[in-house]
Ligand binder design. Structure first.
Ligand code: NAD
Length: 314
């Protein structure tokens, strides 16, 4: 991996991923692309790219001399429920284009799936790597189809596809883009700005989560892993922690004792959360490529609050 093109590079994951990749592989070796432009677009090579435009994707990858494609552009779970047809066209159309361009140019390929690829009939606790996947959301349908497509491109064309099922990701650089686990990011902002937070997810609802530095390291480690050891290749379960809203509130109270928590449950996002596992089993990722996470809930809370205090000047 030395010439990497990233789609959706200004999103919650992409904006930190490009910084990490540029520090590991050199600034000039990472081409960030997105449908929009921000100040971050000036930090290194950047091009506007709508992932539904295959021709432009092909030209940019070829001209850059890419040997790797990291496909991040997508519509996330809560937003996809608002616009299911748009989500299908973007999530499946974009992925298909990225896979095709990678096949044509023989690029190593990475795209994240999600815990959203599971559904209500999936075993909820210690959800195995290989299990029932009958999701009830458009996002979940897209993610399962995407996992299968990535496997198909490996078996049919020998394309070096790799991927993980990320849990909710928590970070302080870019705000999340409309997922169900976004509360676990918002809560830290509100804790510092207002000293209180109203959760749209009900008390007692467990979901898997991970701090962004662990997620970025997982991407690099999987892409650098010895191909012959990868039995699964795509859609590896990876998680660092599982908690419910009152537990993250308790963790924040260790730093801000006066922090207050209330609940005003959003039925749409709560229904999505209810259909997802409480905790997934990451042992196959640990065995096949040495996945590990350094941050637990309290260590993440300490770091999030320290970094956000600086960012928000709080
Ligand atoms: P995000 O919503 O924060 O960012 C998506 C980016 O894609 C945005 O910068 C947006 O401008 C861009 N985009 C939208 N439409 C586009 C188009 N037509 N062409 C090009 N770019 C377009 O998403 P994220 O959180 O960074 O997620 C990236 C990937 O990781 C997605 O596949 C998502 O499903 C997956 N994932 C994310 C999480 C999480 O908690 N963030 C968890 C599991 C899986």
């Amino acid at each position: 991996m030395k010439k990497i093109m990233v789609t959706g590079a200004l999103g919650q994951i992409g904006s930190e991923l490009i910084t990490k990749l540029r520090s590991e592989y050199g600034k000039e070796n990472v081409l960030a692309t997105d449908i929009r432009r921000t100040d971050a677009s000036e930090d290194g090579p950047f091009e506007i790219l709508d992932v539904t435009d295959t021709q432009k994707m092909h030209t940019l990858a070829k001209d850059f001399g890419a040997d790797t494609m990291m496909h991040m552009a997508a519509l996330l779970s809560a937003k996809a429920e608002e616009e299911p047809l748009f989500a299908w066209n973007l999530n499946m159309g974009g992925l298909m284009n990225a896979l095709e361009v990678s096949r044509e140019l023989n690029l190593q390929f990475f795209t994240p799936s999600s815990i959203g690829a599971f559904g209500p009939s999936t075993p909820k606790v210690d959800t195995p790597q290989d299990t029932l996947q009958r999701p009830t959301t458009m996002y979940g349908v897209n993610k399962v189809a995407g996992e299968l497509l990535c496997d198909y491109y490996f078996h049919k064309f020998g394309l070096d596809t790799r991927g993980v099922r990320f849990p909710g990701l928590i970070s302080y650089v870019a705000k999340p883009g409309g997922g169900t686990t976004d509360y676990a990011v918002d809560i830290y902002y509100k804790a510092l700005e207002q000293g209180k937070y109203t959760s749209y997810i009900a008390e007692g609802t467990y979901m898997d989560m991970m701090y962004m530095p662990d997620a970025l390291q997982a991407i690099v480690d999987l892409m650098e892993a010895d191909s012959s050891k990868l039995v699964h290749r795509n859609a590896f379960n990876v998680s660092a922690m599982s908690f419910e809203p009152s537990q993250i509130a308790a963790s924040i109270r260790k730093q801000i004792p006066t922090f207050e928590m209330a609940y005003d449950v959003d039925p749409v996002r709560q229904a999505i959360a209810n259909s997802w596992p409480d905790s997934i089993d990451s042992s196959v990722a640990i065995q096949e490529w040495g996945f590990k996470a350094d941050y637990n809930l309290d260590k993440m809370t300490e770091d999030m609050l320290a970094k956000l205090k600086i960012k928000l000047n709080a």
